[in-house]
Design a protein. Structure first.
Length: 206
């Protein structure tokens, strides 16, 4: 029952609250309504779970939308936006968020080389920045149960493509457990438990 001393959270090969940043890209009505790889209501619940996990560990969030200022699209859905008070949203015209200068600079300004990412669609707005970030030396962790594509085939093909390029798929449960790591880290344990319960993942506590 004796835990090892905590590893250096900046140098840890696994995700930690201190070495990761979160990219949240294009959770807007048009994109959500075009998802056909999973039930849309479940997608919304899953991404809300992801955001709550990220918030529990105070990980920097880079939020982005596409074509809001041009009037072609609506903003991030309120259920997500309401969880992120004070978080700046970077609006773009680029399909590939990595090619937006402001967003790219915001990612680099975090100084963090591990990027947790959720984006719609899997085959475009998740794939392209993931591939570019990998080429620039980032480790990228797509949250696979919180993303979706225009078809199941498109979604799965995109995940294979980015995994073959070096992306490391994760899930909400895995993400929460990796960030928490030890039940003895009591500052975040209550929220860790609550987030997983809210996500429908049942935990048996000793």
């Amino acid at each position: 029952m004796t835990s090892e001393q905590r590893r250096d959270p900046l140098a840890d090969e696994l995700l930690t609250p201190e070495n990761a940043a979160f990219l949240l890209i294009d959770y807007q009505p048009t994109q959500i309504n075009s998802i056909n790889s999973m039930q849309r209501a479940q997608l919304i619940e899953n991404i809300i779970s992801t955001v709550k996990i990220i918030q529990a560990y105070k990980i920097p969030v880079i939020l982005s939308t596409v074509n809001v200022q041009t009037g072609r699209n609506q903003d991030t859905i309120p259920r997500i936006k309401d969880l992120l008070p004070g978080v700046k949203s970077y609006d773009r015209t680029t399909i590939n968020a990595w090619e937006d200068q402001e967003l790219n600079a915001a990612v680099k300004a975090t100084g963090r080389k591990k990027l947790i990412i959720a984006a719609l669609w899997t085959e475009a707005c998740l794939t392209f920045p993931t591939l570019d970030a990998l080429r620039e030396g980032y480790a990228v962790f797509p949250v696979v149960d919180s993303v979706g594509g225009t078809s199941l085939v498109a979604h799965e093909a995109a995940l294979r493509r980015i995994e073959n390029a070096g992306a490391q798929p994760t899930s909400n449960a895995q993400l929460a457990c990796e960030l928490q790591r030890d039940w003895n880290r009591t500052a975040t344990t209550p929220q860790f438990v609550q987030d997983l319960l809210d996500a429908g993942i049942f935990l048996k506590l000793a």
